[in-house]
Design a protein around this ligand. Structure first.
Ligand SMILES: [Zn+2]
Length: 156
């Protein structure tokens, strides 16, 4: 599975010159915990609700303080063709929860570690049930096969 299969395509963005107050409003309105900071679709940084709390705790004026002062940068980005498991490894290694997906310098999506974890869990369960049904099938077939053999052996 590749990132373009699982990424969210509607990414909420914010400009680096916007205020932290307007970013907070955006997060609340869109129900997201993170915004990708862009200038004309080029990723400049990433800002989370935690970063905005930092602004408050440092007693800045959120109506004047700009996102650029609180965003994380540089940002690790991935291509849409990247395998999901590789992205998961990078996120686990760097302890990051979200990865902007970029194609030819343009933001095209966002993947979150929790989405990847959920999909991997679903896959594990699907493989688990596939394995148990395969085991049943093998048992049924081998029983028939071996019973037949035993019958044949007994008859001869
Ligand atoms: Zn601030």
């Amino acid at each position: 599975m590749k990132l373009h299969d699982i990424m969210v395509q509607e990414v909420v963005t914010v400009g680096p010159g916007e205020t932290t107050a307007s970013a907070a409003r955006k997060m609340r309105e869109q129900s997201v915990g993170c915004l990708v900071v862009t200038i004309e679709k080029t990723v400049k940084g990433i800002v989370t609700d935690r970063d905005l709390l930092g602004c408050l705790s440092e007693a800045h004026d959120p109506n004047r303080c700009q996102i650029a002062a609180h965003m994380t940068r540089p940002v690790i980005v991935e291509r849409p063709q990247e395998e999901m498991v590789c992205a998961a490894e990078i996120m686990a290694e760097r302890r990051i929860k979200r990865l902007p997906v970029v194609e030819r310098g343009t933001l095209v999506g966002l993947v979150s570690f929790s989405d990847i974890a959920r999909i991997m869990d679903e896959q594990a369960q699907a493989y688990g049930s596939m394995w148990s049904s395969m085991t049943r099938l093998i048992r049924a077939q081998s029983r028939r096969h071996c019973n037949g053999k035993r019958t044949a052996a007994a008859a001869s």
